[in-house]
Design a protein around this ligand. Structure first.
Ligand code: GLA
Length: 733
């Protein structure tokens, strides 16, 4: 049993293969958090200490006991109004405008399988693969129930959390803050690892000690954002890739979020993750429900590499869905960086012809195929094929591409509207614009009000009209601006604080319908590259365009940061032209290919301009990717270097679960006179085995490669790539 409740002590214990999680219903019915960490087999309530602490108030029920304070005790779901002055999970406004809530234990239920969340993405599992624990807490004064949901997937060391709120009271209440998960640590020194960035430079790793005060990351942009990813790691000081205790938290949601880390006055650490409370206020009348989106938690006692691998596995096997979840994704060529908006149907077919000769498997027609879209300031919302530009219907292009042996894919940006569009002229109120104010434009476009069902339905129908009439086997779903003017014409005065949450639900409803109507279609998420790279989107499509930055060297860092929380199969990654369009940097074809292969692989350049030698390289890369596909997708991924370090390398490895083969890639990032020798230590091999390196045939011993490492060959040029493919030849030979 993964979940156990001991009635005599009131302790809930959740066990995964290598971790334990404990909570206790105490004598006042408060749900205290006792422990989360390496596996333990006994009660942990002895860890709690009580002291009379000034200015930390005492629960009324504690009577004259001045040592019982929720300002100091570790809690499972802290709320505003009980004397806990740290960041809390729940802030509730009562019908009379007062802000207070006091959640106490009411009941619980343990069941097989994993709970589901209506309308929201969530980890799923077979009945025998997971267990669910529901703990119902209630606020007696208002009648609000908060049902804490825990899904336990023991084999990945994963625990998921969510909360279902139900108003059982007569009077309405307003959720002003409804975070999903809290982790309280009694002592210790922790670092917060967060993934910050900007457009075309997403998910840089920043690691800093959690210190007094509150460190907060998040998004108020309507999407999870380029600026902070809704994934964070809390690691004990000194934790490295292979040693130390660390915890990961991934928010399965694609809209606004907030993550907080706080070292409190008593040296205790609190982490909270969930919905952003700014721009949020959700009203619940009698009988109404609200779900806080899911957080995936995982623990590793052996450092960051296994922690990341836990997330890779659960996302790949129990979050992503559909035909392409675990099967090879077609190697694609996208026309965006080749043509931008300036193309004809003939040009697209020419790219496809070139691609077919090189072994590429799919042509993706990017932005510009609809309405009057020859500039990026028009026609969003008018999902009607521009037959004049394409020289015929979309189906004709798709058929021609198919006849060449390639699949056909298409770009869309359904959540947006251009002011210069037939849709805007017909329904100006469908755009999010605050009455009496001028909207803020971004890329000359406005956002459609996806919190309204009729808007979602209309765009859905118009896209289906396109998709039903052409053989589209892949869809790139883009979103190219942030949401600023938060307003819905349908929501009343009291419900404007619900608009962004309902917008995200509208997006999910759309994607869900699309997935069910076209189950064979591969969906790739995109938001100006990686501005909505989150576990929520991965529920609807197994890959996301990782960044609009296709420069191989920047991509090494972007993909490195992304790899902490997401599998390589989720990262769309393409070889593009040099000088690179975003950075002006020129890097060899080999290096560009090697970096793009650490993802869902493709090309994004004018294939017709390649030299005969480069074309041969494309063919070789396509062959190599197909050959190693299983190892890259299913193998354990290891970061072998820190590419942010001043003299760092880009180095990563895929090792099969059984340790029988490994693919190592090293890219030099610097060059110096009289260079030093760099070494990389391999991982995930069989220590007793002997491995043969393919290109030179040399034999290496497994433990030697893992303990002593291997010297990186000298190069007198920067950005050189060295790849090693190793196969186990035998043990102890
Ligand atoms: C975004 C995407 C690009 C491309 C353009 C088209 O920026 O990230 O890949 O599709 O939109 O407008």
């Amino acid at each position: 049993m993964a979940v156990n409740y001991d009635e005599t002590t009131g302790i809930f214990t959740i066990q995964t293969e290598k971790s334990s999680y404990q909570m206790q219903v105490d004598r006042f019915g408060v749900l205290l958090h006792l422990y989360y960490g390496g596996r333990v087999n006994g009660p942990m309530d002895y860890l709690l200490t009580f002291a009379d602490r000034g200015f930390s108030g005492n629960l009324y029920d504690a009577g004259e006991d001045r040592t019982y304070s929720l300002d100091a005790l570790p809690q499972e779901y802290p709320c505003q109004g009980t004397g806990d002055f740290r960041s809390t999970c729940l802030v509730m406004e009562n019908f009379d405008g007062t802000i207070s809530c006091d959640l106490r234990y009411k009941s619980h239920r343990i069941s097989d399988g994993k709970y589901k969340l209506p309308g929201l993405p969530a980890v799923y599992a077979q009945e025998d693969e997971a267990q669910t624990l529901e703990i119902c807490l209630e606020d007696q004064a208002s009648g609000l129930e908060a049902v804490l949901l825990y899904g336990v997937l023991p084999k990945y060391d994963v625990i998921t959390r969510s909360v279902r709120f139900v108003n059982r009271g007569e009077k309405p209440v307003v959720l002003r803050r409804a975070s999903t998960a809290c982790l309280d640590f009694l002592g210790g020194e922790y670092d917060l690892l967060r993934f910050y960035g900007r457009h075309a430079m997403e998910r840089n790793l920043e690691r800093a000690p959690i210190s007094h005060g509150v460190t907060s990351i998040g998004s108020r942009r309507g999407a999870s954002s380029h600026q902070y990813n809704p994934f964070m790691i809390v690691a004990e000081k000194g934790t490295g890739e292979d040693f130390g205790r660390c915890y990961g938290m991934s928010f399965v949601y694609s809209g606004n979020f907030k993550g907080e880390a706080e070292l409190d006055q008593y040296g205790q650490t609190r982490i909270v993750l969930g919905l952003q409370d700014e721009l949020f206020a959700y009203r619940l009348k009698n009988g109404e429900e609200f779900y806080a989106p899911e957080v995936i938690l995982s623990y590793s006692g052996q450092g960051l590499a296994p922690l990341s691998q836990n997330f890779h596995k659960v996302i790949r096997h129990n979050l992503c869905r559909g035909t392409f979840k675990e099967s090879p994704r077609p190697i694609l060529v996208n026309n965006w960086e080749a043509t931008y908006l300036d193309f004809t149907g003939e040009k697209i077919c020419e790219i496809a012809r070139q691609a077919a000769e090189l072994g590429i498997e799919m042509l993706v027609l990017d932005d510009g195929w609809f309405g009057k879209r020859d500039s990026d300031s028009v026609s969003l919302g008018d999902w009607v094929v521009n037959e004049k530009k394409l020289g015929g219907p979309l189906s004709a292009i798709a058929d021609k591409v198919n006849a060449m042996g390639l699949k056909f894919g298409l770009w869309v940006e359904p959540e947006m509207i251009s002011e210069d569009s037939d849709l805007y002229r017909a329904h100006p109120d469908w755009a999010m614009v605050i009455p009496g104010r001028k909207p803020v434009r971004s890329r000359q476009q406005l956002v459609l009000d996806f919190s309204r069902e009729e808007v979602v339905d209309y765009i859905y129908d118009s896209l289906c009209r396109v998709l039903d009439h052409a053989n589209v086997e892949y869809l790139k779903w883009d979103m190219n601006r942030s949401i600023i003017d938060v307003y819905s014409a349908l929501a009343g005065r009291q419900s404007q604080g619900e608009v962004l949450y309902k917008y995200t639900l509208g997006l999910y409803r759309f994607l869900d319908r699309l997935g069910r109507r076209y189950p064979q279609m591969l969906i790739e998420g995109c938001c100006g590259g990686g501005g909505r790279f989150d576990a929520g989107m991965l529920y609807y499509g197994p890959q996301i365009w990782c960044s609009d930055n296709t420069d191989a060297i920047d991509r090494i860092r972007i993909q490195y940061g992304t790899s902490f929380g997401y599998p390589v199969s989720s990262m769309g990654s393409h070889v593009s032209a040099v000088p690179n369009h975003q950075t002006g940097r020129s890097v060899s074809f080999k290096t560009r290919g090697a970096v793009a292969m650490a993802g869902s692989f493709g090309y994004e350049l004018e294939l017709g301009k390649l030299t005969p030698e480069e074309k041969e390289e494309v063919k070789a890369q396509v062959r190599a990717y197909k050959r190693h596909w299983r190892l890259i997708q299913d193998g354990n991924y290891y970061r072998l270097s820190d590419p942010f370090a001043p003299d760092g390398l880009g180095a990563w490895e895929f090792a099969s679960e059984d340790g029988k083969e490994a693919l190592v890639t090293v890219v030099t990032l610097n060059t110096h006179g009289n260079p030093l020798t760099s070494y990389v230590r391999l991982k995930g091999l069989n220590p007793d085995g002997w491995y043969q390196e393919e290109s030179e045939g040399r034999m290496y011993q497994g433990s030697a490669l893992m303990e002593g490492g291997i010297p990186v060959p000298y190069s007198t040029d920067e950005y050189q790539t060295w790849q090693l493919y190793l196969r186990l030849r035998g043990e102890n030979i």
